[in-house]
Write a protein that binds this ligand. Structure first.
Ligand code: C2O
Ligand code: CU
Ligand code: CU
Length: 498
């Protein structure tokens, strides 16, 4: 194994170096990536490259994923990062409902890691989607996942889940997409997978360390990439109907997306599939969310842009307790304008009209179900160790994560209604493993169609009510804030279904 750089040693150790958390004088924000004058320029505008892919056959996909530090192509240059099988993102896993996925995870990192299949409806027990497993450095682990025959199609993803290092490992390059194919014959048009991630590089081409302040805010790297590329370009003919799958793999960044000049229809978000694709202008994806889109192309050049999403700031952050006034200075944002993620050029002879699409299955709906239990989960940020340099506490129902404690026990087979309350001044995207959530009330608004999410944003000082059918699987798993710095700081709870 190649010796790791000092930067990576720090990164791998999970140390909060370059601590810039301010004393009494106000906020200090360390700009990273593009905002850092020491950062060498990064190449943009290369043509869009497809990711390496592994596809199941005869009901089985068997892959080996090796998590390792080392040189890897990112943003058009060679950087010192972490990757699965030497690429960022890692290989795309293509599966069909009913398949078995076997993954041998090889850990060549200097710290523990593991594997989580985000959004997938698979067992959390044993060597399944079990985040309590830790694979130590130098070790292998064989995971096995069985997808139900009615597993919803869509785009999902995999990433590490060892509490305390999740954000660091994803920010450094450990993530990849999973596609569960539509049942029946798919549309013939071009399909594109856009895995959006952000990171920050230092002047030596290593992943920048982050400060305690960035962790508390939820780090946003200045480099926002699509499939590891900076503003890649692709082309199409007018009148084509393309299928775009977009995954927000950023640790903390919300993506407010537009593709002006093209017609966009939303087929689904996370595991939801609407009956009729809805025409949209803008799409907000919280960290961890995914979208399935139809893009009907029109002549011209269009830029997929992510514009700023105001996710609030942290109440009490600088030693301010409840009841004390809000600090006057706003937290500086890294991106004030819109970030160009990718560029689509449409020209040439019009394409033949697209083939009719298979109608999508009607989603399940729990709104008329009998609710076995109502719960409240309160996401809060509070004072930690005191004013100067102290860390905030990130809690659910007043407690920080403890893998040995079960916070929520649920009877298998029941439907529960959870109200997730955010008492803090910044948004928290709430995520539950294994069992998808149907949004019943989104901060006072009730969706008129069945809306399912694996990550649902709970706005600052807002609340969201969801229903969950705890069917099919038993076992222990977790729910948490998908600003993964917050999860690493403790905003996670354990659920057991038995
Ligand atoms: Cu995307 Cu608990 O994970
Ligand atoms: Cu998950
Ligand atoms: Cu959060």
């Amino acid at each position: 194994m190649r010796p790791i750089s000092r930067r990576n040693a720090l990164l791998l150790g999970g140390l909060g170096v370059a601590a810039t958390a301010a004393g009494g004088t106000g906020l200090v924000w360390t700009l990273t990536g593009q905002g850092n004058p020491g950062t060498p320029s990064v190449a943009g505008g290369a043509s869009f490259s497809q990711l390496p892919e592994e596809r199941s056959s005869a009901g089985l996909l068997q892959v080996r994923l090796t998590a390792a530090p080392g040189p890897v192509q990112l943003a058009g240059r060679e950087v010192d990062a972490l990757s699965y099988n030497g690429s960022i993102p890692g290989p795309t896993l293509r599966l069909s409902p009913g398949d078995t996925l076997k993954v041998t995870l090889a850990n060549n990192l200097a710290q523990a890691t593991n594997l989580h299949l985000h959004g997938m409806h698979v067992s959390p027990e044993g060597n399944g989607d079990n985040v309590f497993i830790h694979v130590e450095p130098g070790r292998l682990f064989d995971y096995e996942y069985r997808l139900p025959r009615d597993h919803p199609p869509g785009v999902y993803w995999y990433h590490p889940h060892v509490h305390g290092t999740v954000a660091d490992q994803i920010f450094a390059g450990l993530f990849g997409a999973i596609i569960v194919e539509d049942p029946g014959p798919g549309g013939a048009g071009t399909e594109r997978l856009l895995v959006v991630s952000d990171t920050a590089l230092d002047g030596l081409g290593s992943i920048s360390p982050v400060s305690d302040m960035e962790r508390m805010m939820g780090r946003e790297g200045g480099l926002v990439l699509v499939n590891g590329q900076l503003n890649p370009r692709f082309t199409a003919r007018p009148g084509e109907q393309e299928r775009w799958r977009i995954l927000n793999a950023c640790v903390s960044r919300y993506l407010r997306l537009r593709l002006d000049g093209q017609q966009l229809q939303l087929l689904g978000v996370d595991s939801t599939r609407g009956q009729d694709p809805e025409e949209i202008q803008e799409l907000v994806l919280a960290p961890g969310n995914r979208a399935d889109l139809l893009v009907t192309t029109r002549s011209g050049e269009s830029v997929l842009r992510a514009s700023r999403y105001d996710r609030g700031m942290m109440a009490g952050m600088m030693g301010r307790g409840p009841g004390r006034p809000m600090p006057q200075e706003p937290v500086p944002q890294q991106d004030l304008g819109a970030t160009a993620l990718a560029t689509l050029s449409v020209s040439g002879e019009p394409a033949a009209p697209p083939a009719a699409r298979q109608p999508q299955a009607e989603p399940a709906d729990l709104r008329q179900s009998t609710v076995a239990a109502h719960r409240q989960l309160i996401m809060d940020t509070g004072m930690g160790m005191g004013m100067a340099g102290g860390m905030m506490r990130f809690t659910i129902n007043g407690r920080e994560f403890d893998a040995d404690r079960t916070d929520t026990s649920v009877a298998a087979g029941s439907v529960e209604e959870w109200t997730i309350i955010n008492t803090s001044a910044m948004d928290h995207p709430f995520h539950l493993h294994v069992w998808p959530m149907q949004v019943i009330d989104n901060n006072g608004r009730q969706p008129d169609a069945a809306m399912w999410r694996d990550v649902v944003n709970v706005p600052a000082n807002g609340r969201v009510t969801v229903r969950v059918a705890f069917d099919r699987f038993r076992g222990r798993s977790v729910y948490h804030c998908h600003i993964l710095d917050h999860e690493d700081l403790g905003m996670m709870g354990v659920i057991e279904v038995r």
